[in-house]
Design a protein around this ligand. Sequence first.
Ligand SMILES: Cc1ncc(COP(=O)(O)O)c(C=O)c1O
Length: 404
Amino acid sequence: MLNTEKTRADFKILREGVKGIIPVYFDSACMSLKPDSVVDAMNEYYYEYPACAGRSSHKLGDRATKKVKEARELIAKFINAKSEKEIIFVRNTTEAINLLANAYPFKKGDVVLIGDKEHNSNLVPWLVLRDKIGIEVKIIPSNADNTFNLDNFKALIKGAKFVALGHTSNLDGVTIPAKEIIKIAHENKALVFLDAAQSIPHQKIDVRELDVDFLAFSGHKMLGPTGTGVFYGKQKLLESLGSFLTGGDTVESTTYTDYKFLPIPEKFEAGLQDYAGIIGLGEAVKYLSGLYFVDIQEHELKLNNYITEELKKFPQIKIIGPEDPSLRSGIINFYIEDTDMHKFAIMLDNMDNIAVRSGQHCVHSWFNAKKIRNSLRVSLYFYNTEEEVGKFITSLTKILKIFS
Ligand SMILES: Cc1ncc(COP(=O)(O)O)c(C=O)c1O
């Protein structure tokens, strides 16, 4: 069982607060908090060996090279990649998807399937590719409760070249049956990319067990530093990709008229990298490896149940996605018809230091299709407590009274 008190002590902001105020942090789907070990590892880099990795052969550079290599190995092991060569450092999930969309040899007429509630980062790059080279983007309609509809998928997969899906939705926390989807896609000769930005903080990701072809995630949602991310691909597939960002560090040699790319992963890591961030991400992976995902899930479900039951007492509140909290990971996203939920979020923060997110959560396409103005999203992580949920419910009840 998770010892929440002990884990909270690992986060300075939850231990000491800021100017004496400890926030109720319910916005981890946007950005998780960072344990001290992650911040310390980054500071250690900046204070003790702030040098280039992979280039300079002095002692400081050697240490940076070694630490970056260690981080890559830790991440490869964390997702059970076959080799650390399959781990490409990027700034975030968005960059990884852009890399894929631009470097994969798509041709005019290729069909790419995506879901109907993708984050803009897994929608816009495909629509841009449609406009640039003429791929066809087809949308797989979900069930009425936002869960994945396998029949709709099976009806569309024939003839598709590629499937790009959010593993866990940032809109409602629903996780798709990835293994089954990948199996069906492969039987139909289509490759699969999984956007694991919202799944990797909460569940074990084993790329070989899933047999997924490409996958991406952001470090900042899984205890890591901001602006860090990973693009994974099966080695052979990565080797078959074209290029994306090019320049220094991506090439073995150049002449005035030619260039020779380095092998993966360097081929895709253009220019000086965020070494402190990469090292911090390695530390975040170490921290997460010290917890059990079953404990994290059990804890999140307990809190999600609590909030869901309380919200059900207000008939005007509509929860997005399935009613059953066990299908929504750590997310409770809700709205009130014809109401601007930003006002609620601002009041929660101003009155009681409760940080939630309001808006369309980068899933504008879904909100526009459903004609819903915006929503208020609570996103939980293992460091949240029942006491915090209690505070949230009390504060929300006060605000609902003000607006009634
Ligand atoms: C499901 C999903 N995909 C992609 C992204 C984009 O992540 P990033 O902004 O780190 O690139 C997010 C961010 O919220 C997300 O939730």
